[in-house]
Design a protein. Structure first.
Length: 100
């Protein structure tokens, strides 16, 4: 199964939740609401989850093995970093205009 598209749907620089992402697999299956989270040891992805009646959070979808999880994580985090770089460039392009 190959990742055919990653869309950053929301960016947030102020909170620990840095982005909400949609991932398309094989141009046929999409998973929405994958989160990019800033943890104590750096960025990681969290799969979509639901709260159980007991108050626990359970993943709705998740990779079966760690190799596929690592592949998803690497590609999502690369796309996130690319989006942050683009945002930084846009801000840098606007900043000189605000000084006029």
């Amino acid at each position: 199964m190959e990742i055919s598209d990653i869309v950053i749907r929301k960016l947030s620089l102020e909170s620990k939740m840095k982005a909400i992402v949609s991932i398309t697999f094989d141009q046929q299956f999409v998973v929405h609401d994958v989160k990019v989270i800033e943890g104590n040891h750096g960025l990681f992805i969290a799969m979509p989850s639901r709260r159980t009646p007991e108050g626990e959070y359970k993943d709705i979808v998740h990779p079966i093995n760690s190799a596929f999880r690592d592949q998803i994580s690497a590609q999502v985090l690369a796309k996130y970093k690319e989006a942050i770089e683009q945002l930084s460039q846009q801000v840098a392009d606007i900043a000189p205009l605000s000084e006029v």
